[in-house]
Every structure is written in C-alpha cells, then in structure tokens.
Design a protein around this ligand. Sequence first.
Ligand SMILES: [Zn+2]
Length: 266
Amino acid sequence: MIHKCITAAFVIFVMVLIPHVSANDSGALWLVNRNNRLSSDYKPAGITEYKGIQLHGTAHKAFVQMLKIMEQDGIYGLRLQSAYRSYNYQQAIFNQRVKELQAQGYSKPEAEMKAVKSIQLPGASEHQLGLALDVSVDGKLTQAFGETPAGKWLEAHSHKYGFVIRYPYSKTEITQIVYEPWHLRYVGTPHATIMKNLDLTLEEYWAYMRQIQMYIFWGEDGEYYLISYSDAPPIVLPTEMLCVSSIGANKNEYIITTRKTYPNAW
Ligand SMILES: [Zn+2]
C-alpha cells in the first residue's frame, strides 16, 4: 500500500513537474501523393480566402507576408491562381484532362497514364490540404514561369516563409510529377529551409528524418531548432514545442519541432 502511494505520488509529481501540451497535428508536413492519398471526405479546418481563392489560414498568412517582401524587392504581379481544391473538384479536373487527351486520339488507359503525370488523382493532390498554392504572373501555369523574375525570386527566397517548390526539375523521378515551378507547398519553417539546404523533396525529408531521427537547425537571433522523429504519437511535449506534424491522417509517424535559445542550449 505504501509502495502504491509512493508510486502514485511520484507520477503526480512528474506530471506537474514536466510541462506538457496536447499534441495537435499541424498538418504542415503531411505527405500527400499517389501512394499517400487523402480520403474523399477530408477537408482541413481553418480554410480562409484570399481574393476569392480558398486556402489554409497558415499558408494564407505566410503567403501575404512573402508577397510584401517580394514587392519590397521590386517584384510585382504575383497572382494566386488556385489553392484549396476538394476531392470532388480534383476528380472533375482529372476527368476533364483525360477527356481532352482522348479527343487527341489517346485510348482511355493511355490518357489516364498521361494525365496522372501533370494532374494528381483525386485524394493524391496536396491542394486538398489547402497548403499548396499555384501562382503565376500572367494567369498561365507553365514551366516558363521558373525563368521569370517572380519564379526566380520564389526559388531563392520562398523557403524563408515556409514554402518549397514541391516538384523541382531534378526530382521528377521521386515526386512522379513533372517540373512545376508554380506549385508552392507550405511546410513551415525551418523545414522549408532544411529541405532547400539539403536539396530534399518532402518524400525525401521524411525518409531522411526516419533515418537520422534528430536534426538540429541553427537559426538566427540566438535560436536553434530540434527536429525529432517519432513513430509513436507524442504525449508529453516540451513547452518550447513549435509544432508537431504527422506524415498523414491516421499514420503513426511524427516530426516534432522544438525551438530553443542558445543560453539554454547545453
Ligand atoms: Zn498545384
């Protein structure tokens, strides 16, 4: 009995002593592709609107902030063309593309094989997360966008605001998607910077974290970030936690981001 009381007291003591927060999945690092598809009824919470286009509130905020700095750098005219798309809408645009290809003489299976290289299957599009943004300067989504001042600026700077060019020219084998300089994906900071520095796509970033388990990113202004991987849902988290994101719905793989300052570092 005494033993049990001591144990219970110890557990309560530890629970009070260790600051903890509930693990809310930010969704920022969800991996969505043809092998990791979202369900037809998945709709993210926190969808807002920018000039009539629906997108995730977090991506919205980062986009507006980035646009302001872009304009301060003398680059104007970046337009948001498309962001959040529902499962049904994605189904409709995929079917439309298949029809167009069939009209060009492809058989239905051939048309579907070809369509999937430029338009994701329903559930396989990260537009369903509201975190993917298609941008342009002339209303067109073409590879030539990558050579425009806006395309070059995004390539060089968008990571600072949490965005990555999700389908780079050199990674089509991994992403299974053609080069899309116009498609930005919000993954948050400092993940976007790490992915850029290490030249990793989101597929590769998860594989890398799974392998190394922990990564330290040295930031500015006396900050550093501990990025850790877990294959169990985190229950007790440090108060400095910045965010936790799983790899996707109902999947037990997590990246936990903690921000610390140098004086407390060691
Ligand atoms: Zn897109």
